[in-house]
Design a protein around this ligand. Structure first.
Ligand SMILES: C[S@@+](CC[C@H](N)C(=O)[O-])C[C@H]1O[C@@H](n2cnc3c(N)ncnc32)[C@H](O)[C@@H]1O
Length: 507
């Protein structure tokens, strides 16, 4: 760990598991590390709760561990989750959940080599472990190499010609993306402040508000965070707010606001004017929004818990909104870089259930729009079924809506995405880890056609009048840019725990 990283990392807390490995292969694995890793895996491999929550709980009760041990254990846990298919294949017929110590040893041997583990620690496991390490990864079936469940593998292979690159990108850890709150700071000021603390940061490639870090400092302890100058949000997620493109003084509804990642971005784009209704069915999750909006200095957000998409609060607002964002509950398949355990915790049966919710939520949310208003449907799923299929069904049922070109909308704000994506995904917005280095996000921008303008060419008038600042003040006459994609978002497994996982992913 460099002096800079040490300065930004709080060793009393659970180590940030996504930080870059700093061991350069020179790791000495002690029996304490192996035993403690086994203890943590015994709980986490049950897959009955989000790995990061279970890991934090474990570290809270492991005060005897020093920062070095904590970091090695945290990295090993994340490695296990990212490579659980391959680990299971190597251990067969032994099941990892039933043999956490062996799983821990195999993980550490895969990470650092078997020679980093002393014989005294390996004990009787040495020979079985050597046998497990013998096969090459390339000998494993393709879906094992892909490190996704079989149901997802089958769907992704059909949907993506570049599925190999997609699977590889989904196995990597993600960088830390910050969204700069432009009411309080500029990206340049944030980068300067981070640099002064020895943290390397650079501007994002697409979002004008994005600053990207390749290490994960304990940011929440920093003034820059406490003062509301930044919040944590994947660059792809930041662009969803740009698709909504709210203007000052408008009436906006963030229908599935969760803890408000996108609500805050919308509030800042509106310069804290107008009114944003932040709805969600999950009271606990929505409660997270209030401190965040205070920190951000936003006074235009009104959080409200709803019972479901047919709640009276929703019905009262029918026909009143200029913009509605449906950041739908989804499978979270676009966020596996950040939540690798989610892939083993979300099953195909959940997809059916969530898909019904997605269709019902968009139907109800659409009724809140004024004529001429804009509906953005978004997910962090890579699956067509949760994305394009939902929109195509909706458009078939609702001829008074038309699909706008996402890339043109972004282009008019100075946000250029490769024309290749427009060719590939048409009007749909898609960000993918293998193409864009972001999580997988999907977006569709729909306009509720004014009665007299039905069937006219889809020229988005409000784009011209928008108050949303374009990159470097570019507003009109932007170069033609990108186009949509195939990515998707996910959410709402039945139990709270599954929801938590997806929520973290999307935020
Ligand atoms: C993907 S998350 C939202 C993430 C959030 N927009 C953000 O950017 O941080 C989806 C949210 O939809 C909520 N949800 C699920 N069913 C819903 C419904 N019927 N109506 C409104 N919200 C719902 C979930 O509780 C969850 O918070």
């Amino acid at each position: 760990m460099s002096p800079e990283e040490r300065r930004t990392h709080d060793p009393k807390k659970a180590p940030n598991p996504r930080m870059k490995s700093t061991h350069n292969g020179e790791v000495r694995i002690t029996s304490l590390i192996v035993d403690e890793l086994a203890k943590a895996l015994r709980k986490i491999l049950k897959l009955d709760g989000p790995a990061d929550v279970l890991m934090s709980l474990y570290f809270k009760n492991a005060r005897h561990l020093g920062p070095r041990e904590r970091t090695i254990i945290a990295e090993a846990i994340y490695y296990t989750m990212r490579h659980l298919s391959m680990i299971t294949w190597r251990m067969a017929p032994v099941c990892p959940a039933k043999a956490p110590k062996l799983t821990g040893l195999l993980t550490l041997a895969l990470q650092y080599g078997i020679d980093s583990i002393p014989d005294s620690t390996l004990g009787r496991e040495k020979e079985p472990l050597k046998n497990m390490l013998r096969p090459k990864n390339s000998e494993a079936p393709k879906e094992i190499q892909a490190e996704v469940p079989k149901w997802l593998y089958d769907k992704a292979v059909v949907q993506y010609t570049d599925h190999k690159a997609l699977f590889e990108a989904m196995q990597q850890s993600a960088p830390l993306d910050l969204r700069v709150n432009t009411l309080k700071a500029t990206p340049d000021e944030v980068i300067e402040e981070l640099t002064q603390h020895g943290v390397q940061a650079e501007k994002g490639q697409y979002s004008p508000e994005c600053v990207r870090l390749n290490i994960k400092p304990a940011l929440t302890q920093w003034p820059i965070y406490k003062e509301g100058k930044v919040d944590v949000q994947d660059e792809g997620s930041q662009l969803i707010a740009r698709l909504v493109q709210p203007k000052r003084g408008e009436m906006v509804c963030d229908f599935c606001a969760g803890a408000g990642g996108k609500t805050l971005a919308l509030g800042a784009l509106m310069k804290s004017t107008g009114r944003i209704y932040a709805f969600d069915v999950n009271e606990k999750r929505l409660a997270g929004l209030t401190p965040r909006m205070r920190r951000a200095g936003l006074s235009n957000i009104h959080p409200a818990v709803i019972r479901n998409e047919h709640d009276l609060r929703v019905k009262r607002l029918y026909g009143k909104m200029d913009r509605v964002l449906v950041d739908a509950p989804c499978s979270g398949t676009g966020t596996y870089r950040r939540n690798p355990d989610l892939k083993w915790r979300f099953g195909e049966e959940e997809l059916d259930r969530i898909n019904e919710i997605q269709k019902s939520v968009i139907r109800s949310a659409a009724k809140m729009l004024k004529a001429g208003g804009r509906l953005v449907y978004a997910t962090c799923s890579i699956l067509q079924r949760e994305n394009q299929d939902v929109i195509n069904d909706f458009l078939a049922e609702n001829p008074d809506f038309r699909l706008l070109n996402s890339y043109e909308i972004l282009g008019k704000q100075g946000i250029e995405i490769s024309p290749y994506q427009a060719q590939r995904f048409g009007d749909f917005f898609a960000m993918l880890p293998q193409l864009n280095g972001t999580d997988g996000f999907f977006g569709a921008v729909l306009e509720k056609v004014k009665p007299e303008s039905k069937r006219k060419a889809p020229k988005a008038e409000e784009d011209k009048a928008s108050d949303v600042p374009a990159i470097e003040q570019k507003e009109e006459g932007q170069p033609e840019t990108g186009a949509p994609a195939e990515a998707v978002q996910a959410d709402k497994p039945s139990e709270e725990a599954k929801e938590e996982v997806t929520e973290q992913a999307k935020a």
